[in-house]
Design a protein around this ligand. Sequence first.
Ligand code: B12
Ligand code: SF4
Length: 439
Amino acid sequence: MNILLIFPRIEHGVATYHDRGSWESILYGYPAITLPHLAAITPQRHSVEIINENYDDIDFDQNVDLVGITCLTMTAPRVYEIADEFRRRGKTVVLGGYHPSALPEEAKQHADSVVIGEAEPVWSQLLQDHEKGKLKPFYHSDEEFDMSIIPPIRRDLIRHMPILGGVQSTRGCPNRCEFCAITSFYKHGVKQRPIKNVVEEIKQMPNKFFILHDPSLTINPRYARELFKTLIREKVKKGWVANGNANVLAKIDEEFLRLARKSGCIEWFVGFESISQAALNGIKKTCNRVEDFEKMIRRVHKHGMTVQGGIIFGFDEDTPDIFDTTLEKIYEWELDVLEVNILTPFPGTPLFDRLEREGRITTKDWSRYNQIDVVFKPKNMTEKELREGARKVAKNFYSIHNIIPRIVKTMWTAKKISGILPAGTNFAFRKYYKRDFNF
Ligand code: B12
Ligand code: SF4
């Protein structure tokens, strides 16, 4: 069969559809690995093509037997448009990813079949059923599987390779943060790929820099340590960035941080989420202790790595003074890069269910579930105050006046040319927030 896989356009972020051909799309374009991964687990007798709409336009008249589209909540409206367009031309469409898994009945209105959960246990069966004309409406991926079956992604199918490569070593998270889509999606807990497979894949990728697409690389420090040691032993001289947890990075032994740096770590992405312990407790991210945050950042800096921190505004415990207090704190901590998010209840999460029960969801226009718009009624401020407050923080942090001294510090911390990556991120975020928060 001829299979066409589609990654829809992204409207919000540092490298989006709007940035086609710009320096951001080259430097910060994301190595979306979902579809090259799906292609890799497709039986070889089929031929596969991938279109990433952030780089190329879709030809709806293409001669294909099956169209597979990946879908997050924010992209759902565009995905449904694409799916409808193909189906009008008589093509078979399959949808998968976080959003169709959370709302399969909704997705089914635009597709011939919906994959609920991970593709590995069901994808081959689905293709076989389609060949026999017996495609089922839903494929539930309930079966647990061993990640050692995962082959390297089909990098040969990526038409526009950004500077950053992508690889995944683990899936799932043991924590139960109320707003996070990971734990409701990965129902079987945490699993990991054999380190030798991950390192082999890293060696094979042409990129000098890569991102680990793991929910958090510090969930199992023993595994991460082994990965670092293998990268060092095998002399893989590439720079990398990964998600990590604040509590682990604050308390783990110095050797862990030394090995991370030596194996190529440039930056850790850390979900601080809030500077209010009451808010963190409220959303069940109790592993985060506010008193650890500054210490954590300083330790990571001491080892020559930088920190990109995520902060979310709009928790029930947040009052209008949270914005100024947050700014004060992040300057005190000397955070290198800040991600400003407005709390967003993604379908499938406990947060969505609670706000729905409380009648506080104000729109189901999924394109607005972008962490920049307010889609629910906050408890202790108005929607306008929430949006304006987040805007004020982004505007202040990314003013040229604040960016310049910060990137000098970041370059000094990194002490390597690769420090240019986190330093430059400041300008990419400035452009993103200027556009989306309109300042
Ligand atoms: C890398 C990443 C990105 C990248 C690339 C996005 C992408 N889709 O590849 C970028 C930076 C662009 C990004 C942006 C955003 N992201 Co993001 N991202 C991730 C991250 C860290 C890894 C995704 C990944 O590559 N996984 C590895 C692949 C192999 O797994 P997978 O994509 O889940 O695919 C499997 C299944 O879902 C399924 N599947 C997926 N698609 C399809 C399609 C078909 C046809 C089939 C059969 C199966 C199938 O099969 C695959 C194999 O099992 C995840 C967290 C995580 N660790 O999963 C968050 C995550 C997906 N992102 C999230 C969010 C919220 C966003 C943003 C809204 C953030 C923002 N404010 O901008 C944007 C939205 C962008 C968009 N496209 O809509 C949420 C999604 C919640 C939701 N319900 O939508 C997640 C889960 C993070 C979280 N903790 O909540 N993200
Ligand atoms: S926010 Fe981070 S720690 Fe919490 S469940 Fe999601 S991945 Fe795990």
